[in-house]
Design a protein around this ligand. Structure first.
Ligand code: AMP
Length: 604
């Protein structure tokens, strides 16, 4: 109970209205300490979601001199969203305290209003470092009399390159101020701040140092790099109730993954720094109110987002700075719920997983990529579940019942169920019927070729076509399985009614032809031979073709899974790791690195 740890009645009343009944762990530790020993410096290792805003906000309010109309408390946080949220939360806790004024100071919005808010006598200022420093330098904010400084998400502020701004801000504050530092992780740079600016701080650790949240399960799926997107789709399809963030490394990758998910029929959108603030706000709002099921985001852009009930975090690619993994995974498993953090990784990234395991002090569970059957089963029962629970509006439906009955009276119960289920389910079944397995198979051979290698294609004829329900993905699965090579490069695939053509790396012509000998597909003997018309095949270069997106052109990595969640037939044109795509990424990283190096700040 909050009253028992010394919280004043007027604050208890306000927080009870918000729904806080019992203090969280970080609140139990921090609140009494600050109420009993004003001026005690504290380092709290606690992630967002642990209730840390109230942990510092409540004692700050209780210790405030409401009559003094000067800035007494400065709360610094890395993003505009967090800054605003802190200001709002504290104002809520202060609902029944007369005369408390909280001002929010952050970049990307009108300075005038913020200056006015501070000058109207705000005792508490919640700020992002850049804008605050700007206002200090303009002489509009004076922080020389603050008695408490809170650094919230200190590691994130340092990650974002705010170190110099923080040092400049702290230099403006009195020596004997009270300092409270909240951080999810403890990188070395924080220790430096602690040494230089804090006085014998009490260290409070919620969970283990640098560890992930306790109730988060960490799962990894090992896949081929080129199959990342297909793996992502499977993971999402296997978890129909998913409400989560998919993390990517670059803005480009973020947008591409989101575009592909949307095109494949998923309820997803992108959040990254190439979007305007208004666009980002719109996406975040949609996600918060669950109008979006999946948010594909960069680390920086997702920072402002505070959602407590995420079921999953998916690491589409691992973060460049592994420390960020703790932040990513800490976004699920909050407020007593369980959560899952999934990593889609390649064999080459295994050593990074080991490092992360050390960091979070937990092991990854390596999971088998669910096959089509398992996914269909999950989806089917999810559908049945939904059907069972759906609320029927009798007043609306009953009027139509006699007509519906008349129309369906010839159907038996089982038949009826099957038909209703098939309406939703058929397209989905279709997609997964013949898709090959995805997880890395340890015994598959590799051609050793990378996408950068130039490939001469040869054109092959195969006696299977649409009537055999052959799809590009199925065909590639067959090539994969029969040859035993995981990465023979495949060019154009042209599926006709009763037969098809495909292009493949000419070096593997004999392998492919002999691999298909004496094999059958759905009871039909397969015949594969070199096509007479090889002119185009010989001159085609993979790197030039990947982004063409022309019909019937498939990159090997992404065509294996044409289709959408719950059905449809969206196709993954040209999204494989082509030479251009990789080059673009490399350049972008370099560019970002340069920018970072210069300004010391990371970009959204
Ligand atoms: P924070 O870590 O401050 O971002 O808080 C995470 C979430 O937990 C917020 O939505 C708070 O409103 C909520 N919260 C904080 N303290 C409590 C509490 N004692 N009881 C219930 N919910 C809380």
């Amino acid at each position: 109970m909050f009253k028992e740890i010394g919280v004043a009645d007027n604050i208890v009343k306000a927080i009870t209205e918000i729904g806080f009944e019992t203090p969280t762990r970080v609140q139990q530790e921090v609140i009494p300490l600050l109420l009993e020993d004003r001026g005690r410096d504290i380092i709290a290792l606690a992630q967002t979601g642990t209730g840390k805003t109230a942990a510092f906000g409540i004692p700050i309010l209780q210790n405030l001199d409401v009559k003094k109309k000067k800035v007494q408390v400065l709360i610094l946080s890395p993003t505009r969203e967090l800054c605003l949220q802190i200001a709002d939360d504290i104002a809520d806790y202060a609902k029944y305290i007369e005369g408390v004024k909280v001002a929010a100071v952050f970049g990307g919005a009108s300075m005038e209003r913020q200056i006015k808010a501070v000058k109207s006598g705000a005792q508490i200022v919640s700020a992002t470092p850049g804008r605050l420093l700007d206002l200090i330098n303009r002489g509009v904010i004076n922080i020389m009399e603050v008695d408490t400084v809170v650094l919230d998400e200190a590691d994130e502020m340092l990650n974002m390159g705010f170190r110099d701004d923080l040092v400049a801000i702290l230099a403006e504050t009195p020596e004997d101020k009270n300092m409270l530092l909240f951080s999810a992780t403890m990188p070395e740079e924080i220790n430096r701040i602690v040494k230089n600016y804090m006085d014998e701080p009490v260290e409070i650790v919620i969970g283990k140092k640098n560890s992930g949240a306790e109730n988060v399960e960490h799962i990894c799926y090992m896949v081929y790099a080129k199959e990342r997107y297909l793996a992502l789709k499977r993971i999402v399809d296997f978890n129909p109730e998913i409400y989560g963030i998919i993390f990517c490394r670059t803005r480009r990758e973020t947008q591409e993954v989101a575009d592909h998910l949307m095109r494949d029929g998923y309820n997803a959108d992108a959040l990254h720094g190439d979007l305007s603030q208004a666009q980002r706000d719109q996406v975040m709002n949609k996600f918060r109110i669950k109008h979006l099921q999946l948010l594909v985001a960069t680390d920086v852009a997702a920072r402002g987002l505070d959602v407590d009930n995420l079921t999953h975090i998916i690491n589409y690619s691992l973060p460049e700075e592994l420390e960020l993994y703790t932040h990513r995974s800490g976004r699920t498993g909050r407020a007593g719920r369980v959560g899952t953090s999934i990593v889609i990784a390649t064999i080459k990234e295994k050593h990074l997983l080991k490092k992360i395991e050390k960091q979070i002090n937990k092991k990854f569970t390596t999971a088998e990529m669910p096959d089509g059957k398992k996914i269909c089963e999950r989806q089917l029962f999810h559908l049945i579940d939904r059907m069972e629970k759906v609320e029927v509006d009798h007043s609306q439906i009953e009027a139509y019942l006699p007509d519906i009955n008349r129309k369906l009276e010839w159907l038996e119960r089982d038949e009826l169920i099957m038909k209703f289920v098939s309406v939703e389910f058929n397209r989905f079944l279709d997609y997964y019927k013949n898709t090959p397995e995805l997880s890395v198979q340890k015994d598959v051979k590799s051609t050793g070729k990378s996408f950068r290698d130039e490939v001469n294609f040869k054109r092959f004829f195969i006696n299977l076509g649409k009537t055999d329900n052959l799809k590009p993905g199925t065909l590639m699965g067959l090539i994969n399985d029969f040859t035993g090579f995981a990465d023979i490069q495949i060019g154009e695939i042209d599926i006709q009614r009763n037969f098809s053509f495909f292009q493949a790396d000419s070096e593997y012509s004999d392998t492919i032809i002999s691999a298909f000998e004496n094999k059958d597909y759905r009871g039909r003997e397969i015949s594969v031979e070199l096509s007479e018309n090889n002119r185009r095949g010989n001159s085609d270069r993979r790197g030039d073709r990947q982004f063409s997106g022309g019909k019937k052109r498939f990159s090997r990595g992404f065509s294996g899974g044409s289709g959408r969640s719950g059905g449809g037939s969206g196709r993954g044109f040209g999204f494989g790791k082509s030479r251009r795509f990789e080059e673009f990424n490399r350049k972008e990283r370099k560019f970002e690195g340069r920018k970072r190096g210069k300004s010391g700040k990371k970009e959204y």
